[in-house]
Ligand binder design. Structure first.
Ligand SMILES: [Zn+2]
Length: 348
């Protein structure tokens, strides 16, 4: 092996072994081929491939519209509380494989309610999936509930009303996702106020496909402590200053941004600009099953494309833990794991 190949493989081992946390991953978009196979075999009449090779082919997106169609098809497979439990425990298994120790998983409550799952059964399914994930894979999962912007205020009301009555242990965040255009964040302030009242932190998507204004509104009207994506901040020096001063964290998802064409290419991604400006940034996958990525891949991109060394990568892993909504004991445990691993030395 050449010296270069040896050091590349040492870095790959470092990234794979580094204990990590993930703050932005969607339950349905996170489903791997393995998990979808379990569901497609459970519901063989939905027309989704039930063998591995055909499903992998089905998952190979030709463009963004194709991605949306596949996403809707996969949604059709989630019909029962057992399906939701399978999604959560399957995600726990997949996260364990890339040494994610803790994850905040976004659940689009209303899409499950609209599929006919009873509200109490949904809460129980999340609880069972979370317990499976901890017991079988040693991955601690927390939940963020997001308003699907496409469903407007009626969907937002159903989401917060469910959380107020049914949310299970391990619920930590409240967000909004889906299209940003034409959905001013300030209009959703009452739902976020109610969420904060029941202890859910405000973690909305903003500045993914629209400009800096949606990020400002998320901070001022929704009380955001973190922003999903937030990459549009890179275009606005005064917003960057505000993010730095307030310590607001961006949940950045590089592969997702390129796959959805929010960013033209990885080398043009604003992650390094935001990081150099002192903004608190974290690395995330968004929809790893559908975007064919995982957190190891995102850390590898940070090294290979953004030029971040092993010490910097360990710093990013720590930042995700610090910026998480995990209990203090969980944070301390994972930070100690990261320190111990990183002390083993970055690759030469
Ligand atoms: Zn997202």
């Amino acid at each position: 092996m050449s010296e270069h190949a040896a050091s590349a493989s040492a870095m790959a081992g470092f990234i794979a072994g580094l204990p990590k946390a993930e703050l932005h991953v969607h339950l349905q978009g996170g489903a791997s081929v393995e998990t979808i196979l379990e569901l497609s075999r459970r519901h063989p009449h939905e027309g989704i491939p039930t063998d591995d090779a055909a499903l992998r082919e089905f998952y190979r997106f030709t463009d963004f519209d194709h991605f949306i169609r596949v996403y809707m098809d996969v949604n059709r497979l989630v019909k029962s509380a057992d399906d939701v439990q399978s999604l959560v425990s399957g995600l726990g298994r997949d996260l364990a494989r890339v040494n994610v120790r803790y994850a905040e998983v976004t659940v689009t409550v209303d899409s499950h309610l609209q599929a006919g799952i009873e509200p109490d059964a949904l809460a129980e399914a999340l609880t069972r999936g979370r317990a499976d994930s901890l017991a079988m894979h040693d991955v601690e999962i927390a939940f963020t509930y997001d308003i699907n912007g496409m469903d407007g205020h009626a969907g937002a009301e159903r989401t917060i009303a469910w959380a107020e009555q049914f949310m299970p242990a391990g619920s930590t965040g409240f967000g909004i996702g889906g299209p940003e255009d034409g959905l001013p964040r300030r209009d959703y302030a009452p739902y976020f106020r109610r969420a904060r009242e029941i202890g859910l932190a405000s973690v909305p998507h903003a500045g993914e496909t629209t400009g800096p204004e949606s990020i400002r509104e998320s901070i001022h009207a929704l009380g955001a402590v973190r922003i999903g994506h937030g990459i549009a901040a890179a275009k606005d020096a005064s917003l960057i200053r505000e993010l730095v001063e307030r310590g607001i964290v961006l949940e950045v998802c590089p592969t997702s941004n390129v796959r959805t064409r929010a960013v033209a290419s990885l080398p043009e991604h604003p992650f390094p600009v935001l990081r150099a400006a002192g903004v608190r940034v974290t690395l995330n996958t968004d929809d790893p099953g559908m975007f064919d990525t995982d957190l190891v891949r995102e850390f590898a991109i940070a090294h290979e494309v953004f030029g971040i060394d092993a010490e910097g990568l360990a710093g990013l892993a720590r930042e995700s833990v610090l910026a998480s909504l995990a209990p203090p004991g969980t944070k301390a445990r994972i930070l100690a794991e990261i320190d111990e691993f990183a002390a083993g030395g970055p690759p030469a």
